[in-house]
Design a protein around this ligand. Structure first.
Ligand code: DQA
Length: 148
């Protein structure tokens, strides 16, 4: 089983960016922990990051070979109809994840355009959100496989 992980804008700066909110792990550290869990769960992961909305849309369009998508759309969570529509257009369950609890932060972060097309959302568990997201993605994909 293959799972696609997509990271949105500014997440390449993790480790140096607003450490009080996002912690000190770099994206490479987080990716290593995702790869480690993927091995334990016996699934393949492809991990990507882009600062560009259209590139993220293209990644979603090209996700047909994947059983599920784990996505941290970052700031695009709150603004991107294009990413929302791309997720809606492909027949792949998406798990939306956030490092911080977006509902505890500024009001503009309380609205996610993605959550209505995601299978579910995980928000506020620090880098662990990615691991919870991967576990959720595998569970959902297995359930979907069982029903097809
Ligand atoms: C984020 C939350 C977003 O509001 C913010 O723009 C990010 C990161 C998170 O993982 O907590 O860049 O998605």
């Amino acid at each position: 089983m293959k799972i696609l992980v997509i990271n949105g804008p500014n997440l390449n700066l993790l480790g140096t960016r607003e450490n009080d909110i996002y912690g000190t792990m770099t994206l490479d550290d987080i990716n290593a922990s995702i790869e480690k869990l993927a091995k334990e769960l016996n699934v393949e992961v492809t991990i990507s990051q882009s600062n560009h909305e259209g590139e993220i849309v293209d990644l979603i369009h090209n996700s047909k070979d994947y059983a599920a998508l784990v996505i941290n759309p970052a700031a695009y969570t709150h603004t991107s109809v294009a990413i929302r529509d791309a997720i809606s257009a492909v027949d792949i369950p998406a798990i939306e994840i956030h490092i911080s609890n977006i509902y505890k932060r500024e009001e503009f972060r309380h609205k996610s355009l993605i959550s209505s097309v995601a299978h579910g959302q995980i928000s506020g568990f620090g880098p662990e959100s990615y691991l919870l997201g991967l576990r959720a993605a595998v569970t959902i994909a297995n359930a979907k496989k069982g029903h097809s």
